[in-house]
Ligand binder design. Sequence first.
Ligand code: ATP
Ligand code: MG
Length: 442
Amino acid sequence: MRDEAVAIVRRLRAAGHEAFWVGGSVRDLLRGVDPKDFDIVTSARPQEVQSLFPRTAPVGARFGVVLVVENDRPYEVATFRTEADYDDGRHPARVAFATAAEDVQRRDFTVNGLLMDPETGRIVDYVEGRGDIERRLIRTIGAPDERFAEDRLRMLRAVRFAAALDFTIDADTFAAIQRHASAIRGISAERIREEISRLLTSGGARRGMELLAASGLLAELLPEVAALKGVDQPPAFHPEGDVWEHTLRMLALLPGDADARLAWAALLHDVGKADTRFEDAAGVHFYGHVQEGERIAALILQRLRFSGEERSTVLALVREHMRFMNVREMRPNRLKRFLRMPDFALHLELHRLDCLGSHGLLENYEFCRGKLKEYSAEELRPAPLLTGRDLIGMGCTPGPLFKEILDAVEDAQLGGEIATAEEARALVRRRWAAAGNCRPVS
Ligand code: ATP
Ligand code: MG
């Protein structure tokens, strides 16, 4: 990837243009981290870029961005430009081709505004970005109030970069975010979802969430989560403190490549506790917090336009998270059904985080892991002893009762009470046919 990104710059230069690496790749190289992609800027106009490379696509023609494809990998090659008239608080209405020095002025943060000559390693720094990388500081290029008014998404980006890079947000930049936080609501749901997802899954999720709260952005975007602050829990079960602290501790355990569905479930699993907290002589209770949490989580996921698949997985994670408390009392049939639930690995991991974010006891977690090892795939998901066809053969009329009968047969099979089709038939005759429920085909 790197070699190709060098070759693209060389080729542009050979044709008489200026060309550099820019943005995240330069920042990461200076931090001693392998860049995950290389963006290129050049004085060449889009048409000139297209004429120099055999495979290109004009992805952002309006902005002068051309995708150059080398070895099946795409590289963004952008013509130096200025941007102006951000009329909707997000997108510039006008762009104009410009010089390298002008181009970096439109970029968001000093640490993202560095240029590099990949052939010599020379850094071109018009914005004091190098010093800010050394100081580990996120600072806007230019006046923060103006830059956030131009594009309010930058507020979320500031928090995301601070969390993922483990940098501090410069005091003036942070104060400006606090002043502009309420404007974040104008951003599209998709962009907000993407930014928060990246915040939760790039490392530093706990700090990211704390910065989001301190900046005022959380109260705008996820007031239901902001409401978890100060919701006290019984210390016997939650020595760590309130629901907010518990949630943060779980986020702190997410790796830098966390599954987004798991991360959102960790954030939302106890979101029903703010509304259901109830205290009496016996202590503090959260009766119905799971149901309420699922309801609130559904509203949030809907609002942020998650896909149906992601929504249903996150909601299942929220809905099932308390069932781990009972795994050791479950009969084998229930336990096996529980263990073979879709995405069980995510459920189990959420439970582990839930425990480690609190009392730290992992008995139920270890119990499930042990059972998963103990049961063969065949034991967890045995071939059915009977089918609907068999029931018809036994003289039953197809109908809603079939599911109940077949589930009961599977329960008995999972519980080890029956093991053959003959035993299954006997069970059906005893419980349904003999009772007259399994109505004969007329
Ligand atoms: P990441 O590692 O997250 O990809 P990145 O710095 O490469 O970080 P991108 O979102 O890929 O970030 O954007 C590439 C570059 O484009 C940034 O480094 C920055 O210079 C510029 N940029 C991106 N988004 C904005 C924005 N909203 N406002 C100003 N400049 C931006
Ligand atoms: Mg990038």
